[in-house]
Design a protein around this ligand. Structure first.
Ligand code: 13P
Length: 315
């Protein structure tokens, strides 16, 4: 999505408010260009979680979707965590309500599942899990799961399927998906490959298997930066949310980065990620609202599997 350049005044106002409130601006790789450009840190879910854990700012302005801001709050219960638009949700989060997961675990109590949750889920789901993972560390986390227990992987069946292929570890998969990543199809990606026969393809593991099979590399958004920088090709087709192209163009200006098309549009905008704007970022810093709020009990329960992930991820 093309975004008009923000006015100098708006940028200055955001920077002034940031200083005044002692805030840090964290932005996901899918945010619009101007937000990425003004952020203190831009990265994937894993990098953002580490940054949120390490910050000594009083306020975290989280430009991403709600579960990401919520993760920052779980790691910083005493800090103020704000987000530009409270409606920036996630279809993966929606696909696994905590009540449904709790019922499933109760109904299958005899299985004694080791539950691994992709970070794209609510705090309520995190609280029911043994460990969290992101797309950047999912293989590593699954490899560290106890061998004597069956694994339930929630909520993304595509990421889970990819991790099974990588690790050889069988897992039971929750049937959730990212509404945007499943819009990339074998046909839409083959068509763009035919247009650029010498291009390499990098895809996010939330894509369906038929698309992953066409890719030269499947990885998290942050690993895409490393891959594109070092890829021995000029043309690279990037199969993920469109905001990634802004980050990649900045990091690899010498490469021709081609957005992977879906069946019905030239590139994929996540309708949730794109709810955040510079104006809303300014307003949330000004009003310290909307804020992420959570009960201390829920926060404590959700923190355990997150800390386990951050620890295991270093191994
Ligand atoms: P990354 O952790 O790879 O940035 O993925 C985030 C995400 O939500 C993908 O849709």
């Amino acid at each position: 999505m093309a975004t008009a350049a923000p006015s100098i005044d708006l940028k200055e106002e955001i920077l002034r408010l940031k200083k005044e409130k002692n805030a840090i601006i964290l932005a996901h790789n899918y945010q619009v260009g101007p937000i990425q450009d003004i952020a203190d840190y831009v990265g994937d879910s894993l990098g953002l979680a580490y940054k949120a854990q390490a910050t000594d700012a009083d306020v975290i302005a989280f430009c991403g979707v709600h579960f990401m801001a919520e993760t920052a709050k779980i790691l910083n219960p005493h800090k103020t965590v704000i987000l530009p638009d409270r409606n920036a949700g996630c279809s993966l989060e929606e696909s696994c309500p905590d009540e449904a997961l709790e019922k499933f675990l109760n109904d299958n109590a005899e299985k004694n599942y080791y539950v691994i949750a992709y970070i794209n889920c609510s705090a309520g789901v995190k609280a029911l899990c043994d460990v969290i993972c992101t797309s950047g560390n999912a293989v590593n986390i699954v490899n560290q799961a106890p061998e004597d227990r069956p694994i339930l992987f929630v909520p993304d069946a595509n990421l889970g399927g990819w991790v099974m292929e990588q690790t050889g570890r069988k897992m039971d998969l929750w049937k959730g998906s990212c509404y945007l990543h499943v819009e990339f199809t074998r046909e839409s990606i083959q068509k763009i490959k035919d247009e650029y026969p010498d291009a390499l393809v990098v895809a996010h593991p939330e894509c369906v298997q038929a698309v992953r099979l066409l890719a030269d590399e499947v990885c998290s958004t942050e690993k895409m930066v490393h891959y594109c920088k070092n890829a021995p090709a000029q043309n690279i087709i990037v199969v993920t949310e469109s905001g990634m192209l802004h980050r990649l163009q900045k990091e690899c200006p010498e490469k021709n980065l081609i957005p992977g098309p879906t069946d019905h549009c030239a590139c994929g905008d996540c309708r949730f990620m794109k709810l955040n704007t510079m104006e809303k970022l300014r307003d949330c810093l000004k009003n310290l609202s909307p804020q992420v709020e959570m009960s201390p009990e829920l926060c404590e329960k959700a923190e355990r599997p997150l800390l386990r992930m951050l620890e295991q991820s270093k191994k």
